[in-house]
Design a protein around this ligand. Structure first.
Ligand SMILES: Cc1ncc(C[n+]2csc(CCOP(=O)(O)OP(=O)(O)O)c2C)c(N)n1
Length: 806
């Protein structure tokens, strides 16, 4: 290899014997966890296992420089770091492996994520922030490779903001003058992902204190570096990011062998000190890393690694090398290490047993409860033998599962369907009690449950007076953002053209000059890491407003919003929150990529955040005020062609709120309900006026909020009055109109009030064609809305409503 590695340490680190032996033991225990964990999966006690074997030593080194208040954004190989910090215990690791669905047992995810997906608990049980400066913070791991990179941008950048914004200095539970480092980790193969490069570039531009480690074991499952990257060597490739001596522009780049303990320690000390002190980011390419057990429990690496490679991996196993070094340095004799290893093997095995017991015990107790009820029922039942079989099956399960109890219960109740045994009700009651428990166990915390939940934000109506000026839509938003920035120092706004220009429609015009370049800033064209920047800042207690310039470009950020942002609160079972406000504009302009309205795509992929579709800038401002008072993430889609329209500026622009999930009747009517949102409101209102000319009295309802949807059932109330309904938007057929239809007709029970078939009117299935004519024939227009409603009335009374136009 051409690479020049950092050679063994040239100075003596202050490492004493105790510390070295402690390091060895943690590394050894971590390896044992991997070995025993794999065995547990192969024996069927756990479903899947992925482990950090081969990466132990580098993480031991990282742990030495990781301080409380720092953040980690890594991936599923980082168990040794967590053990070394004491951030995750061995028992908690096994609990997660078994999917122990209890936050006490698996504090990272409450059994919701597969193993080695770590997360510290940033929140108290009531959803309020803990003091992050007392924690080794770990942002919640994800499985999609590279997905830890976007939020790393924000996690690191927060330190820069905390250091340079004096108004943030009081927030001492989040930062100490911006001294915190964000530690990232990524596998070599995942560096082939675009998001890696986008994030590395962004962190460099932002001069944020990140120390990013690349664990390079030469493979991505079976695919070698030859297929992953040019020159097969990340640190060579990254050389362009290297800062020049004496400058602060760029990265410090290190390459160090994964089995070389003193060099690793020296490297992490140096890289982290510089990052912490000077906010210079560092990349540590850890090479010659092995993966002794292969990628995961899903396969064996003998299938794709050569004999020579496997032999090399054995020889350069970091644990083996560390042991050799300890003996060679005279730190400890081989016999002493043997003894420690024996003790640690026992320790890990006993811990595993304890984790298994803790996991299975409550389930076995539940099985026993059900068995006792079945025993009570069986004597008088016709199917006594079959009931006994169910009981025996449950009691004898090697791996007890609640799913099996549920299946057994249903089977038993089917057998007892026609029997009149009083004890049967005991079984039914037992089953009923489980429903809310399982709901809490697996489905809680999709949205905030804290006092700050968006649903708890009280409505404050806009106040108008004779003095209220009439302004352009963009000026109204500008006043809203101005007030937000003034009243809350945690508000940080950024996006493409948001800083100097004040965004392409001037919502932030003049605000950078007023609040400074760190509060209102430009970003590069990098939608994914704009959202990542926001997630990271929000995880560290700030209130980002991240702008995606057009709705059509949200697609670039959709993966990270879907995988990270909206699952965060749920996948940590309320352990972490990222109250990000995403701002974008869309629906109507011209051309394929400036007028899309892919709302169904968004609302289906973004369950876990609020998706708000205000019809004008007053409603948008009210939503921003609501979101800032809440700790839920939210997406606000402003109407693109509304910035130049005139609206009256509320006198209480800084405080009025629009509640999420509440529809509004824009026009009252008795004959038919027209349900819509966003830019379509104007079209539907115009159509309603046309309908009035033919004596059809349409009620127009603005949904306002797609997630949550009409929580008070306002649309149903309208339907009760009219008995007819049309859902209209600019999405594709079967898109968000179908969603609205399901919400009203199925969930709200609207079917019972229908006197005509419900209809949807959407855009064409293709993207909108260019120009005004293209728009007219691609999206619902006034005439189509008219005809759709008119034809429903025609079906009701053809004589009264003749088809005069065809
Ligand atoms: C986006 C995405 N694509 C594919 C996968 C499937 N997958 C899981 S791990 C992996 C290889 C990752 O290799 P590397 O980044 O070198 O990390 P390692 O697991 O070797 O530590 C792949 C392809 C995934 N999890 N996410």
């Amino acid at each position: 290899m051409v690479l020049k590695h950092r050679e063994k340490t040239t100075f003596h680190l202050p490492l004493d014997r105790e510390e070295i032996l402690r390091d060895y033991r943690i590394a050894f225990q971590s390896r044992q966890v991997s070995v025993i964990g794999r065995r547990e999966v192969l024996s069927g006690k756990a479903k899947f296992g992925i482990f950090g074997d081969g990466k132990e030593l580098a993480q031991i080194a990282m742990a030495k420089v990781f301080r409380k208040g720092d953040f980690r954004s890594g991936y599923y190989r980082d168990q040794t770091l967590m053990f070394a910090l004491g951030a995750v215990s061995l028992q908690e690791f096994f609990a997660q492996l078994y999917a122990h669905a209890d936050v006490e047992a698996d504090p990272s995810t409450g059994g919701r994520s597969m193993n080695a997906h770590f997360a510290s608990r940033s929140l108290n049980p009531d959803g309020s922030w803990r003091n992050l400066m007392e924690l080794y913070n770990s942002s919640a791991d994800m499985s999609p490779t590279g997905s830890q990179m976007p939020r790393l941008v924000g996690l690191a950048y927060a330190s820069r903001l905390y250091r340079h914004l004096h108004e943030l200095q009081p927030l001492t539970q989040f930062s100490h003058h911006g001294d915190e480092v964000a530690f990232g980790a990524i596998g070599n193969a995942s560096c082939a992902e675009g998001v890696f490069w986008e994030a590395v570039n962004a962190v460099g531009v932002l001069m944020a204190p990140m120390v990013l480690s690349i664990w390079d074991d030469g493979y991505g499952i079976s695919v070698t570096n030859e297929h992953q990257m040019v020159k097969q060597n990340m640190s060579e490739l990254l050389k362009g990011f290297q800062r020049a001596p004496g400058t602060y522009d760029g990265y410090d780049i290190y390459s160090v062998r994964g089995w070389d303990y003193p060099a690793l320690v020296e490297t992490y000390v140096q890289a982290t000190e510089t990052a912490r002190r000077d906010h210079v980011p560092a990349l540590i390419h850890v090479v010659e890393v092995t993966q002794p057990q292969g990628h995961s429990t899903s396969g064996s690496h003998e299938r794709y690694k050569s004999k020579e490679r496997l032999e090399w991996e054995q020889e350069f196993d970091c644990l083996r090398k560390f042991r050799e070094w300890i003996v060679a340095q005279g730190v400890a004799a081989a016999a002493e290490l043997d003894q420690l290893e024996r003790e640690d093997k026992l320790l890990v095995e006993n811990t595993r047993k304890a984790a298994w017991e803790a996991y299975t015990q409550p389930i076995r107790e539940e099985i026993q409860e059900v068995a006792d009820i079945l025993d009570e029922i069986a004597p008088g039942a016709a199917h006594a033998a079959a009931l006994a079989q169910i009981k025996d099956r449950l009691l004898s399960a090697q791996t007890p599962l609640r799913r099996d109890i549920a299946v057994g219960l249903r089977e038993a109740l089917l057998l007892l369907k026609d029997e009149r045994i009083p004890a049967k009700q005991v079984l039914i009651d037992w089953k009923k009690r489980q429903d809310p428990i399982q709901e809490e166990r697996y489905s809680s915390h999709l949205y905030s449950r804290s006092a700050e939940s968006a649903l708890n934000v009280p409505e404050i109506k806009p106040v108008y007076s004779e003095r209220s000026p009439v302004v352009h839509g963009f000026e109204l938003l500008n006043a809203c953002f101005d007030a937000m920035l003034a009243r809350d120092p945690r508000v940080i706004a950024f996006g493409e053209d948001v800083g100097r220009l004040g965004d392409v429609n001037q919502g932030f015009a003049g605000l950078q000059a007023k609040y400074g370049e760190l509060r209102v800033s430009d970003t590069g064209i990098r939608e994914t890491t704009i959202i990542g920047q926001a997630i990271g800042l929000a995880l560290r207690g700030l209130r980002p407003i991240a702008e995606i310039q057009y709705l059509d470009y949200v697609l670039y950020a959709l993966q990270i919003m879907s995988d990270d942002l909206v699952t965060l609160h749920w996948r940590t079972k309320g352990g972490q929150k990222a109250p990000v406000i995403v701002r974008t504009r869309g629906h109507r302009l011209e051309g394929i990529w400036h007028s899309g309205s892919p709302m169904a795509g968004l609302i289906h992929l973004l369950r876990g955040m609020h998706v708000l579709v205000p019809r004008n800038m007053t409603q948008a401002a009210g939503f921003y005020n609501t979101l800032l008072r809440s700790d839920d993430p939210g997406l606000v889609v402003e109407v693109l062609n509304g910035y130049r329209l005139k609206e009256t500026l509320p006198d209480n622009i800084e405080e009025f709120t629009i509640p999420v999930g509440v529809s509004e009747v824009l026009r009252e009517g008795n004959d038919i309900t027209l349900v819509t949102y966003g830019a379509c409101c104007r079209i539907v209102m115009e159509a309603a006026e046309l309908l009035r000319r033919v004596s059809i009295d349409a009620e127009v309802v603005d949904v306002q909020s797609l997630l949550p949807f009409d929580v008070h059932g306002g649309i149903l109330e309208s339907l009760k009055k009219t008995s007819r309904i049309v859902f209209i938007d600019e999405d594709v057929p079967g898109g968000a109109t179908a969603y609205m239809l399901q919400e009203v007709i199925e969930k709200q029970g609207g079917y019972a009030w229908l006197d005509s078939p419900p209809r949807t009117l959407s855009a064409k299935p293709h993207r909108p064609a260019y120009g005004s004519d293209g728009d007219y024939w691609s999206k619902p227009n006034v005439e189509q809305v008219f005809e759709t409603a008119y034809e429903i009335m025609h079906e009701v009374d053809p004589a009264h409503y003749p088809l005069f136009y065809r």
